[in-house]
Design a protein around this ligand. Sequence first.
Ligand code: HAM
Length: 425
Amino acid sequence: MKITKQKGTKDIFFDEVKIWEYIEENIRQICKENNVSEIRTPVFEATELYARGVGNDTDIVNKEMYTFIDKGGRSITLRPELTAGVVRSYIENGMNSLASPLKFWYVANMYRYEKMQKGRYREFAQFGIEIFDSDSYLADVETIKISYELMKRLGLYDKVILSLNSIGCKECRDKYIKKFKEYLMPNLDNMCETCKVRFEKNPLRILDCKEEKCNKILENAPLITDNLCPDCKQDFENVKSALDKLNIDYKVDKKIVRGLDYYNKTVYEWTSKDLDLAVGGGGRYDGLVEILGGQSCPAVGFGIGMDRLVLLLTQYNLPKDIDNDIKLFIATTNESGYIEATKLSEILKDNKIVVDINITNKSLKSQTKYADKNNMNFIAFFGEDELNNNKIRIKNMKNANQVDFDISDLDGILKFIKEGNESNA
Ligand code: HAM
């Protein structure tokens, strides 16, 4: 029987893998330019990390984790997100003694047992940034700025919306939740079952409910953004004012509360304008380091769904210039051809030409077919005749122009390829 891939997973190859590489290259470049260093943490961690870190009453911990007991009897979970893992690493490696702020980035696969829909997988990847030890609102702005730079560079900035909110500090949130529950209490019987459970366990998340009957009740509910203490209010104003000065567009969405428990103060989400899809989300999480056993340390970060960036780029037919390498296939008929082709390819590769050399026993005709199907710009022939005469025949696949060169005429070969490529463009 055929073995197929697991629900919620996918194989990525050919054209799609090029889009992934394109995004990854841009991320790597942007992080380098902003002096953010890469961090790689394990795919699996102790289950306790997420129960304490992400929150016992979140959907992720309650319903979506891939948890198992390993052969040593430990409860292990495949990471559903990376913030908790990076915080664990920060604490475990004594990074609080290093010069701060510390700025990390990652691109990593994560695992959530979720219902499948467009752009939602059980194995997916996130690009994330986590910044430790700055309580300044400028650290929030910096994370938003980096995510904005990525959207701009990928050509997606006008296809997404940045929405901001502040959910305040613990003090203003506790006061607000009391007020919110008092408002909901008389209407609770008319709300959905999920909201009833959230009322007890995680009232803020009620604001995320999509049920019409709940939304009606929520229409006049007090909102956390209007109930911030003076410090949190000022902090949020500062973030917005800095974004205005940087010309980063945003809207305030007072209903954003985020689905993970660790956030405080400013939270934000990037969503697609055309597709009903969250592209990324993040915010401040000043309490998490302490919750996970470290010395209190402010922190802020975001995660952007890589699969969703790929979806958007594909949707908008971007990027336009992803595959502009010059590609040459060298057809050969025996080992000597392969060896000579390899020697020649070293110089060609130094000149940024992609070289693919025959490694089969196939005929020259079927090698030409291969070159055509693989969008090679040029094909070179190193058959026995050519080898005996120290020649190589190179053909422009687009205009069928072909020339025989002495194998030592490197300048002539390079000129033919470069000029041919320009005239093909
Ligand atoms: P999150 O909102 O759970 O935040 O995920 C961030 C992004 O990951 C989402 O906006 C979405 O693009 C993508 N994503 C989430 N689940 C899936 C899925 N099942 N399939 C495809 N893409 C998905 C976090 O995970 C936080 N750790 C972000 C963060 C970092 N906050 C502070 N630092």
